[in-house]
Write a protein that binds this ligand. Structure first.
Ligand code: RP5
Length: 187
């Protein structure tokens, strides 16, 4: 049980169906700089699906689609989106560009691509100037970006808190079982 079992925010009640917390409106926006980022960013979508968190996915780019990127960030909060996840490789400015147009939390995923294997994307994403933060996960860390988004949302949504809690318990149990199996083989 959540320590503070908050009721669903008013206006949201009654929309809980099936596994999704709110089936209708996306709470998380997943953006990526190119279609080539999809194999990595898909992992964020899988985690959100598993957690029952509705999301939307878009290709946008700080450099190739700057107007679309700005427009998306400027309108996201009004549309009900609460957290943004942005994956990009090379000179990765997507997460930072989004963050410059919104005060929603932005989580950056540096993607491994190009000659520098993601080190360039990591630095470009993480080194934001004070006042415009981007919460940056590891290179190709799309799964953790989604878990972090769930953790942020869990402050407001008790259902997400519960799913995160269950996930952690299962992870712990599974690792303990694996450890026991190894000990049996090599006591
Ligand atoms: C970045 O450049 C994208 O996010 C991608 O990771 C990288 C390469 O893009 P493509 O040339 O594969 O479209 O903007």
């Amino acid at each position: 049980m959540p320590p503070h079992p908050l009721p669903l925010p008013s206006g949201e009640r009654g929309r809980m169906r099936g596994k999704g917390v709110f089936m209708k409106k996306p709470l998380v926006g997943i953006l990526m700089g190119s279609e080539s980022d999809m194999p990595i960013m898909e992992k964020a979508a899988e985690v959100l699906k598993e957690m029952g968190v509705p999301y939307e996915m878009e290709i946008s780019s700080a450099h190739r689609l700057p107007e679309k990127t700005a427009q998306y960030a400027k309108t996201a909060r009004k549309r009900g989106v609460e957290v943004l996840i942005a994956g990009a490789g090379m000179a990765a400015h997507l997460a930072g560009a989004l963050a410059s147009h919104t005060t929603l939390p932005v989580i950056g995923v540096p993607i491994k691509s190009g000659a520098l294997n993601g080190a360039d994307a990591l630095y470009s994403t993480v080194q934001m100037p004070p006042g415009v933060p981007v919460a940056t996960v590891g290179i190709d860390g799309a799964k953790n970006a989604a878990y972090l988004a769930c953790e942020i949302l869990s402050i407001k949504y008790p259902e997400i808190f519960k799913r995160l809690d269950d996930f952690r318990s299962k992870m712990k149990k599974s690792l303990e079982e694996k450890s026991k199996a190894i000990k049996k083989k090599r006591p």
